[in-house]
Design a binder for this molecule. Structure first.
Ligand SMILES: *[C@@H]1O[C@H](CO)[C@@H](O)[C@H](O)[C@H]1NC(C)=O
Ligand SMILES: *[C@@H]1O[C@H](CO)[C@@H](O)[C@H](O)[C@H]1NC(C)=O
Ligand SMILES: *[C@@H]1O[C@H](CO)[C@@H](O)[C@H](O)[C@H]1NC(C)=O
Length: 285
């Protein structure tokens, strides 16, 4: 394990405190927590894997459309560490344990499940260590851990880092409404020189970063919004996929830029606790 400096430990404790406080105020918002307090006493994760986990409802078992679409493995000695090692060895960025003995890996994020479960619902003991929790008992729940390698990914798992200024991470897809925008500023108003009809994720993130904002969102193929908070009770909603209304970016059809009333959000560190990255920022970098 990395050696943490006092400052890092203070930041970490503060992050836990603020996240915990937020969870009580607004239980509907997905919250990342320290896995050690919820899923067991996890030690020795590979480098860059963050000791946070979210308990997600796992739609893969309903309809074959899942949160983690990579390989899986079922073992009688499954633990969270075994699962993370397995996914890390396969160069995946996310690892999830379910059903006590099964591990799944992935990089690809849509469609998101509609709700995360409360972490207490991911309560099945891991087959290989009863002190750790490996998923949910009455619903198909999955503990998901992430690796923060400092790269900026899109929904399809493509690395856009080389094109992007600033330390951004993908968050979720949030609802938005014309006339009551979730993010206050239209990037075109902030940067009148931005070409219309040519939006990419990188143009949007770079425009918002240049204006000092910590949240950037793409919507409806060609719209980019920036802000430091989400307004009008915007909240995570089921992700849009090409079959459910996702739109390719006007400036690069390989990238997705939200959909109708669907804002695809990226955040920088410093964004408020109710706008969390899908894979948490590392605590030791
Ligand atoms: C966690 O496990 C380590 C050894 O693996 C042990 O030293 C430590 O006391 C444990 N912590 C708790 C809170 O159980
Ligand atoms: C998001 O959806 C919630 C719940 O339906 C609604 O109350 C809120 O006004 C919506 N916000 C935006 C920005 O669309
Ligand atoms: C769109 O933006 C790219 C750079 O992101 C640029 O190379 C291209 O010329 C632009 N196209 C138009 C039509 O503005």
């Amino acid at each position: 394990m990395a050696q943490y400096s006092l400052l890092q430990l203070i930041r970490f404790a503060f992050a836990l405190f603020t996240v915990g406080a937020h969870a009580e105020a607004s239980p509907a918002v997905r919250v990342q927590r320290q896995i050690g307090g919820n899923a067991g006493n996890v030690s020795a994760l590979p480098p860059l894997w963050t000791p946070f986990a979210v308990c997600w409802e796992d739609f893969f078992q309903f309809n074959g459309v899942g949160f983690l679409l990579g390989p899986s493995i079922t073992l009688s000695d499954m633990t969270i560490e075994v699962c993370v090692d397995y996914c890390d060895a396969g160069s995946f960025r996310m690892a999830g344990t379910t059903n006590g003995d099964t591990c799944r890996c992935g990089n690809m994020f849509y469609p998101f499940s509609e709700e995360s479960l409360t972490n207490a619902e991911c309560d099945i003991p891991c087959a290989g260590n009863a002190a750790e929790k490996c998923g949910a008992s009455d619903v198909p729940g999955l503990w998901v851990l992430g690796k923060d390698d400092g790269l900026v990914f899109d929904l399809q798992g493509r690395d856009l880092s080389a094109l992007i200024v600033g330390d951004w991470r993908l968050s979720y897809v949030y609802n938005d409404t014309v006339g009551a925008r979730a993010l206050e500023h239209n990037a075109v108003d902030l940067h009148p020189g931005l070409p219309r009809g040519n939006l990419t994720i990188e143009t949007c993130l770079n425009a918002c970063a240049a204006s000092g904002y910590t949240i950037a969102g793409q919507e409806f193929a060609d719209e980019c919004y920036c802000g430091n908070e989400l307004l009008h009770s915007s909240r995570p909603v089921p992700g849009v996929s090409p079959s459910t209304g996702a739109m390719a970016c006007k400036g690069d059809v390989q990238e997705m830029c939200g959909g109708p009333n669907r804002l695809q959000v990226y955040v920088q560190e410093g964004a408020p606790a109710n706008v969390l990255p899908l894979v948490p920022f590392g605590i030791n970098i």
